[in-house]
Design a protein around this ligand. Structure first.
Ligand code: PMV
Length: 320
C-alpha cells in the first residue's frame, strides 16, 4: 500500500547565464547575471522515515553533495526528490543551483505565505558553498531573484538583499537591474566544466599575479551595467567581447572555446564564455532579429544552442 507523504511541494527554478564578471565576483567585484527560461522542476515529498532519495535511490542522493548540504542547511528528513530539467548538467547554466534552490524553496516554504527570497538566497548559497568549498552567490541569487541582477561591487540598482561574507570572501550586495527585453543565445559546448577546480586555479593565479585582470573585468562589468541601464545593445555586445578576452587572460579559455567564439563573433554583437570556463557554455547577443543566425553559427561548431528569454520569475513554488 502506498504511504501518503507528510507534504509534497513542487518548485520551478530558471537557469542562469553570467553576462559579465564571472570569477571577478568571487573576489567581491561585481557580476551581472541573467535568469533564463530553461526551467528545472524539483518535486519534493517528505515522509516520516529515513533515508532521503533522489529518483528513488538513497545512494544517488548521498552521492550529490549539494543535495546533502541543502538538507543540512534548511532542515528536513525522509525526502524523496525528483528532478526534471531543461539544463545540461555542469554546463555553466545553473543546473546544480536550480536543484539547490528548488529543494531549499520546498524546505523553507511557510504554507501559503510568499517565499522569503532573501532567506532562500542566503540558505541556498550556504548549501552550495558548503558543497563546493569555493565560489560566490551569483548562481543561487540569480535563481532566487529572476530577471537580471548585479551581485557584488558597490550596488547598482534596487537593492534586493545582501549575502554575508563566506570563506573570507564577500559580502555581496544583490541588486535588481533593468531588463532591456532582448533575447539571448546560449550554447553548450558538450564538455562539462568543474567549477570548484577552475575557481581554485583562478584563486592561485590571482594570489601569485595579483588582481589586475579581475579589476579589468570589474571595470568592464561596471560599463556593462551602465549600458544595460541605457539599453545600449551594441555596447553590451562590445563589452562581452572584451570580457571574453580577459577571461582568456585569466586562463579559463581553451582552444575549443576560442574556436567557437571566433566563428560566432563574425555574426553576433558579442560572444563570451559564460560561467567558470574550461568547458561549459558561451553566451551571445545577436543583432535584433538575428538570434537564429547566431544559433546556427553555434550549431555549425557542434555546440548545442538555446535561444532564451529572461525569466522574470525566480524560483517559485507551484500551488498544489
Ligand atoms: O560555471 P558556473 O555556472 O558554476 O559559474 C561559476 C561562476 C564563477 O564566478 C566562476 C564562480 C562563482 O561561484 O561565482
Amino acid at each position: 500500500m502506498d504511504v501518503k507523504p507528510l507534504w509534497k511541494r513542487t518548485a520551478t527554478a530558471p537557469g542562469k547565464a553570467i553576462l559579465f564578471g564571472e570569477h571577478a565576483v568571487v573576489f567581491g567585484f561585481p557580476a551581472v547575471s541573467l535568469a533564463v527560461d530553461l526551467p528545472t522542476t524539483v518535486t519534493t515529498q517528505a515522509y516520516d522515515r529515513e533515508p532521503c532519495t533522489l529518483e528513488g535511490s538513497a545512494e544517488a542522493f548521498q552521492r550529490i553533495p549539494y543535495l546533502r548540504e541543502t538538507v543540512r542547511c534548511c532542515g528536513g528528513r525522509g525526502l524523496d526528490v525528483h528532478v526534471r530539467s531543461a539544463l545540461p548538467r555542469a554546463s555553466g547554466l545553473g543546473s546544480s543551483a536550480a536543484v539547490t534552490c528548488g529543494l531549499a524553496a520546498a524546505l523553507l516554504s511557510q504554507g501559503s505565505s510568499p517565499l522569503d527570497r532573501a532567506a532562500l538566497a542566503k540558505r541556498s548559497f550556504e548549501a552550495e558553498f558548503s558543497a563546493q568549498g569555493v565560489g560566490s552567490p551569483v548562481d543561487t541569487s540569480t535563481l532566487c531573484a529572476g530577471g537580471i541582477v548585479s551581485v557584488g561591487g558597490k550596488g547598482y540598482g534596487k537593492s534586493l538583499w545582501e549575502i554575508p561574507a563566506t570563506g573570507g570572501k564577500g559580502p555581496w550586495k544583490v541588486d535588481r537591474l533593468p531588463d532591456p527585453g532582448w533575447d539571448w543565445v546560449v550554447a553548450y559546448t558538450g564538455s562539462p566544466k568543474a567549477t570548484g577546480k577552475v575557481v581554485s586555479a583562478v584563486g592561485k593565479t590571482v594570489a601569485t599575479s595579483g588582481t589586475a585582470v579581475v579589476e579589468k573585468i570589474a571595470a568592464i562589468t561596471e560599463k556593462g551595467i551602465a549600458a544595460l541601464f541605457k539599453g545600449d545593445r551594441e555596447e553590451v555586445g562590445r563589452l562581452m567581447k572584451e570580457n571574453h578576452h580577459w577571461l582568456g587572460e585569466l586562463g579559463v579559455s581553451n582552444p575549443r572555446l576560442e574556436e567557437v567564439a571566433e566563428a560566432v563573433r563574425e555574426v553576433a554583437l558579442g560572444v563570451k564564455i559564460t560561467g567558470a570556463g574550461l568547458g561549459g557554455s558561451l553566451l551571445a547577443l545577436a543583432r535584433p532579429g538575428e538570434e537564429t543566425r547566431v544559433a546556427r553559427a553555434f550549431a555549425r561548431q557542434g555546440t548545442v544552442p538555446f535561444i532564451v528569454k529572461i525569466s522574470e520569475s525566480g524560483v517559485r513554488l507551484e500551488t498544489n
